[in-house]
Ligand binder design. Sequence first.
Ligand SMILES: *[C@@H]1O[C@H](CO)[C@@H](O)[C@H](O)[C@H]1NC(C)=O
Ligand SMILES: *[C@@H]1O[C@H](CO)[C@@H](O)[C@H](O)[C@H]1NC(C)=O
Ligand SMILES: *[C@@H]1O[C@H](CO)[C@@H](O)[C@H](O)[C@H]1NC(C)=O
Ligand SMILES: *[C@@H]1O[C@H](CO)[C@@H](O)[C@H](O)[C@H]1NC(C)=O
Ligand SMILES: *[C@@H]1O[C@H](CO)[C@@H](O)[C@H](O)[C@H]1NC(C)=O
Ligand SMILES: *[C@@H]1O[C@H](CO)[C@@H](O)[C@H](O)[C@H]1NC(C)=O
Length: 457
Amino acid sequence: MAFFKAKEEQVSLKLLVNTETNKVLFAEAEKDFVDILCSFLTLPLGTIASLLQKESNMGPVTIGCLNKLYRSVENLRLLPSNNSSEDYCRTLKINIDDTQPTKYFMCSKFNDYNYRYHHYLTTGTNKLYCSFGNRLNRSVSLAQLCNGFVKDAATFIVTDNLTVLPHSMDHTLFGLINNLGMQSTSLVKEMTVNVTKKKVLDLLKCSLLSKTPLTDLFLGMKPSIASSRILPYDIKNVIDGGIYITVKLVVRKSSNTILFAQGGQDFADLIIRFLTFPLGGVLRKLEGNSSLGSIDGLYKSITNLNEDNYFKCKEARNRLLTLSVLHYYCNYRFDARNKRIFDAMLFKRDDEDRSNDGNFRKMKLVNTISSMGSPYGQVNRPEMYVVTDDLVVEPLLSPISSLYLLNRFEIPLSDLKEQVVVIGMKESLSILKAALTSTSALTNGLRHLLTKVKAEE
Ligand SMILES: *[C@@H]1O[C@H](CO)[C@@H](O)[C@H](O)[C@H]1NC(C)=O
Ligand SMILES: *[C@@H]1O[C@H](CO)[C@@H](O)[C@H](O)[C@H]1NC(C)=O
Ligand SMILES: *[C@@H]1O[C@H](CO)[C@@H](O)[C@H](O)[C@H]1NC(C)=O
Ligand SMILES: *[C@@H]1O[C@H](CO)[C@@H](O)[C@H](O)[C@H]1NC(C)=O
Ligand SMILES: *[C@@H]1O[C@H](CO)[C@@H](O)[C@H](O)[C@H]1NC(C)=O
Ligand SMILES: *[C@@H]1O[C@H](CO)[C@@H](O)[C@H](O)[C@H]1NC(C)=O
């Protein structure tokens, strides 16, 4: 219990406002604020969904199917591990991600016998064994690769739609104001605001919904939610990711919409795994076209910043782009005489970052799934699942239980048909994209697979 209330952290931000239109032209921001914007891209979709449910100044908001997916998975107690970028975000001045830092454990002692177990790492539990009598119970901490994302001394310009530009010869006040179509500076006023944690949560919500988040947030307007179009995902360049998941779709003939899809654990896990994808990695997969509020511009501008000039370290920029599983590296000093390790530190490294030298040992993460605490236990998870068009995931316990499901929709059987489809990488990305901006993720994501029903005579 705290006996005094700690002073709330805040980040100050200088805004340039057009007094005629009452809109923010741009903000002058320093590291603290830009790091917060960067951190949005590192948040896994599941974390975003849980943050959106929270009250801030704005009340809860909904993004596509994410909230429903999150809640259904929470009810099933199948929430996947929230391995966000804790190592970077811990150093943020204001961090809205309240999830508990992950606990990591490695083998308690090292010797020649269990050398091959050195590389095991576990999260959440310290009850597993590397080898007889040697538990995975040595707590290791995640090392900070660098302090936040952007350099301390850098100054940035952030436009109302969250485009982040470096303050440089290319972006002078004159040029910016000219660009924004203003004839004179007499209508421009400067304003300094304090950004608190609540405001940061508001900002996250606005950034996902609005094209003018700074105006919405600081000049007290409601977020203008541009209704995003669902563009069919252009699937040309998708490499075959080795995903082949067969599912059975239940389609409503009259509207050619999918009511739900029935599949096995692989299908449920494919959908549940969406929640583990960090926003930046999703944007990369979708080539910057998520259609979410101002996120696409934020993503593009941040990834366009020159790595050497503006980022603290190479890994910081890479982290914003990662979707793939990160590898852990452990750096430790081994006391050969006493056969023990000390100073163990854990690093996260990108798949693509090949710059690791011999000092880093590759760690294999074991049992991430079993630490999820499924009520069914690991072995007895249901075999069959139903996923509705808006991505509610439910176990299908028996054939008869699908009757209740069908009844829920109150659609005559004559209007329904079943269709078996195979979901590959391209389909899974397409569902993911539709899930961000629509409440019909399956119908929009799998439209190209739906066989046309001929108008009946
Ligand atoms: C994920 O975060 C939630 C909320 O802080 C926490 O209860 C849960 O244990 C975390 N999951 C894992 C696998 O760390
Ligand atoms: C780890 O487990 C081993 C074997 O059960 C035990 O001897 C040791 O005391 C444990 N260490 C810690 C830090 O709990
Ligand atoms: C921002 O915070 C500082 C320091 O707490 C305070 O002096 C200042 O008045 C605040 N500004 C606004 C606009 O609230
Ligand atoms: C993203 O949008 C751009 C322009 O709007 C378009 O050229 C490109 O094909 C789109 N990419 C994807 C993957 O949809
Ligand atoms: C963001 O706003 C700036 C300035 O108004 C404009 O030039 C730019 O095209 C906008 N970016 C996006 C992605 O809409
Ligand atoms: C993150 O969680 C996913 C899903 O549980 C898991 O597959 C992956 O290995 C984890 N990655 C890290 C770096 O913990």
